[in-house]
Design a protein around this ligand. Sequence first.
Ligand SMILES: [Zn+2]
Length: 932
Amino acid sequence: MEWCYELTDFDLSAFEQQAHERWKCAFEPDPSVKEKFYLNVAYPYPSGAMHVGHGRTYIVPDVIARFWRMRGRQVLYPMAFHVTGAPVIGISKRIARGDEKTIRLYRDLYKVPPAVLEKFVDPLTIVRHFSNEYQRVMTACGLSIDWRRRFTTVDPTYSKFIEWQWKHLYDAGYVMKGAHPVRYCTFDDNPVGDHDLLEGDKAEVIKFTLVMFRFGDAVIPTATLRPETIYGVTNLWVNPDVTYVRAFIDGKPWVISREAAEKLTLQDHTVTIEKEIPGKTLIDKKVSHPLCGEIPILPADFVDPDMASGMVMSVPAHAPFDYIALRDLQRQGRYTHIRPVPLIRVEGYGEVPAQDAVERAGITNQLDSRMDALTQEIYSSEFAKGKLFDKYGGKPVRIARDDVAALMTEQYGSMVMYEFDTRPVVCRCGNRVKVKILHDQWFLKYSDPAWKAQVSDQLKDMALVPTEVRIEFDRTVDWLKDWACTRRVGLGTRFPWDTAQLIEPLSDSTVYMAYYTIAHLIKEMAPETLNSEVFDYIFLGKESKSLPERVKLDAMRKEFLYWYPYNFRFSAKDLISNHLTFQIFHHVAIFEKKHLPQGMVVFGMGLLNGAKMSSSKGNVFLLEDAVKEFGADTVRMFLMGSAEPWQDFDWRNELVIPVKKQIERFYNAIREMKDAGGEPKDIDVWLMSRLQDHIEKTTISLENFQTRQALQESFFSIENDLKWYRRRLPDGSDGSRMLRSLCSAWIRLLTPFIPFTCEKLWQGIGGQGLVSFADWPVVDQKQKNRRIELAEELLLRTVEDLESIKKLIQITPKSITISLAPAWKHDIFTTIAHAPEKILAIREIMKDDLMRRRGKEATDAAKQCTNLIHRLPPHIVELIASDGVNERAVFEQAASFLEKEFGVPVHITDAESYHHPKAATALPFKPAIVIE
Ligand SMILES: [Zn+2]
């Protein structure tokens, strides 16, 4: 149709509609003779609507996909939905029981229609609804995804794939069974993964020793990481405002907090609560332990009933908190007879290290923010270099700690209690997470040193973007422990060796990038025919006699061999410590070396108006609303231009609005330039020469995933050049026919970022086919002209100087004199520019007789040239110093332009014949300017 080839007025939503029509099925790549580029992103868990933070996660890979497609690669960008696990089950339960907060979130924020919301009592309905929503909104954003390959992780064929994966892990000895402390939600009755947490995802499970103090017929246990300090215990701390309980633990009476009683039931103890004991009734009572004798119970309101047993032993000589708490009481005249009892000697501290440290730091009270650091400092020094006093055995702390723990366990009833190092840890359901010892729990043996070594080797061969994340990957591999890989509740694939359990979400999402390669073809196979021989053939090339439907399998094998290994995987940086590292573990365990992952790009966080985006806190802006309000291209350009992918970005509507204006400016600029037909002049040569640089820099930036830098080059730099170009055109000219090739290149450079607008413009300039598949612009060396660029740079800088001087002097000018530096200053400039040591260059210059005769004039010029060289971009300095530029010719040719710009006569003189005090300041590339 003729109409669509005209460039109508700027209307993003019309452009979107037209492009969607033309893109149908365009991004569905099959294996071909072209070189491939396969990238993928962590698939979403579709339990709510997409917000602008998700937008960036999927738009960055799309920009990269579009770039490589235009570079001539066959590009695969697939998408699927991760619906494994318990979260949607919790959501559907809460909706079923009418939980107002959840219903508000889904009805008001996610805008789920009432008729659909009603059906959310079925968890699968939730994920189905939002998978479709995700696809719709992703499409609206212009993501060039091959939707033929879409699947969900509860599809029966996918489960067959997961079973195959796990058979390999099991055969390799990486799947095992044992007892293990794990994070656990008693409401969901399920272990809790990082993704199931509202708060506390950094919390680690720590093993404490319970020290048993005798208290009448009962014991009071205190949890410690430093059992050796028992010799220095002076008292216990109990919170007088807390109600404790007397409970029978495995048949024996203990006094502990109510929270502790509940926790112990999860750690292999039988617990019966007998009665409550108000904390204040315990104060000033006595307890005893064979290793420290009889000690009193003192009041302290810092004692947290939710920390381990809820009771604390006090070692004021070695624990700053204990020292200050005791000192505070003693300053009120209480318990003044108690003295710290030191037991460890450590270099760098006096007799009582805690006292030393507190006094040195000038800490006056318990609330001082440096207390934690101080505690850690003493803990570390004593562990590294401390020795127990001779009367306590004289061993290094490092050894004594385990010895004392063993002694107390064998003889004095000590046992282990697990607790988090930081609290609170809160489940998505709102319940406090606790530590539970799971028996018959299945684990992935990430602690296996040989397996770790394979992963480390593979990491060395991978491209990691940005490079700084490498250290985090290495640390994760080092630190990773066995991983509880099954759950009792949720959606997902049944665990083959215990079908009452399910494979948990972070364990069934590690090699699905391989599944994408065959996802559209395997749909045609009956799931029950998909035994492990089938997958062994597709992914490992292993032949076997009984393979079904050989033709289909060969097609899948071909897809896999074409696309794998993937080139880059994209994900957020908080997934380094789990998913992104896990997937390497699983790949090295299963696939051939040549099919192992090649690279990863790690994203920063998204902020909304300066605060962390969070659906549960309502601080999100829905992606669909953003697209409707600002247009998809605007959303894309803002997200790509406001930060590099690995930096945090901040969505603010007031910053997005100008981006739409920028796109409109670009559109209108092309509309105006596309039919220009004048004869090319020097300024056209300049424009095209500069364009080659912008093409080169945009290309390099996108090769390095720097979307922001790429936009700076491809949008703003070209726009600036055009501004100057138009200024330099003679009156009445609208530019030369060279502008047409600039239009073509400019549209293509911006296509990855704003594809809708660019499709429209591409048609408008008569481009062939879809611009999404057009050739990426390449640098034409023949069009580079450094001489003209340098001349124009000189003029441009001089005009800027003129403008700022004019503003400064605030008189109506009558004439302008541009006064050019003499040849000897050019000699100085060149000598300094070429000198490796700029300061030494001045001495060298002054060895010259002629220069020495100039005296101060020459040394001043040398200093000024040095300053100028530091301020100019290095490539310009190099050009001036090598080819140089005929400054007089530049200004004589531009005289009429300057007179037009400033409306006064312009004189060009040599500084040495112009007797004005300012003339002496003329330097190469920086003439002296006199406005009168
Ligand atoms: Zn929960």
